[in-house]
Design a protein around this ligand. Sequence first.
Ligand code: PMP
Length: 425
Amino acid sequence: MTTDLGAQDLTALLDSARQDYSELAGRGLKLDLTRGKPSPDQLDLADDLLTLPGSKQFKAADGTDTRNYGGLNGLLELREIFAGLLQVPVAQLVAAGNSSLELMHDAFVQALLSKLPGAESRWVDAGPIKFLAPVPGYDRHFSICERFGIEMIPVPMDENGPDMDLVTRLVADDASIKGIWAIPKYSNPTGVTYSDEVVRRLAEMPTAAPDFRIFWDNAYSVHHLTDERVEIADILGLATAAGHADRVFVFGSTSKITLAGAGVGFFGASEANVKWWLSNLSKRSIGPDKVNQLRHAAFLGSAEGVLAHMDKHRAVIGPKFEATLRILGEQLGGTGLATWTEPKGGYFVTLEVPEGCASAVVARAAEIGVVLTPAGATHPLGQDPKDSVIRIAPTFPGLADLEAAVQALATCVKLVGYEQRLKQQ
Ligand code: PMP
């Protein structure tokens, strides 16, 4: 372990990292590891969607003409495919437009402006409200709270999910805490899957706010990277059994199943919540894009069809995750300069570097043409108090580019890490 090294050895390691860095600088790299987007090869897997449902094929199973207005809660045959996968009874699952993030944003706006079931007032009339933000987490969740001036209270994640002792204590006493963000499976960015115990505690815990909501963003419900198709406990069922049926808003989408820009988003919740949702929605829309929903139902066929399709994604992106982990191991293993996650699914690897180093690593990488997600993006307001978390998104680049980018990233970690360690000697 290089943590025990003296100044002379550290200087030699730093010199070698500097040499690698200037060699990389001369290569004119132009690589991007920022956003968790599917690669063109993955999008090609859904190419048949571009010819579906086909000429004259516009009728749903119940005879609905999908070309016309109506059907606010979405096409039944598609909701049937996803109900089990998202653990929501089919009657309580709404199929919508192409983005679940849009639905989360909408849920916030509606809760601010229109009293939720169980609420004493609209959120906008409730005084300053707060949300719990498990960290590291998803920057776009945090941006929604930021946009509406909602204070976020960071809650540390461990390998089982958010620190539930802290969550339970906070929500029991403070009625201004109106909810919590949750990415329960293969979380963005850590890959963590919530344990059954964490899910149960979230479902059962007493909350001071009668209108507390869990924003259950199950974005990676079927996005497996190993043979183990990880399952999570049924939050909506557990909350309902505990007398808190209205506590849960479930979100999901086919963005990373079919086409990220032309998929289908889903909202699921209790009967009362769905009624509230549809009543608000009816002022905003005369019905979703049912033609898109019909072609999705035709393309995916069944829940088994979804899982079989996800195996094809795994064949494309599995090798990219393997390459990322292999290079991190080869370059940084045993240096004491970094730890990283080994996700069983999802879209990200989280790299943790010594405290105070993440922004410098990202900056040094940018100088040689490797763009990373900004350091801090995994925390509310873009502020990682330890400046140590870097999110790696391996899916979009081709394998050769990805390998070059991760090699360059590892070089930057060594450069910044050894510099810091020498200074601290
Ligand atoms: N939630 C999470 C956790 C995500 O990682 C992403 C995409 N990066 C989204 C939601 C966005 O989903 P959609 O495309 O359905 O809006």
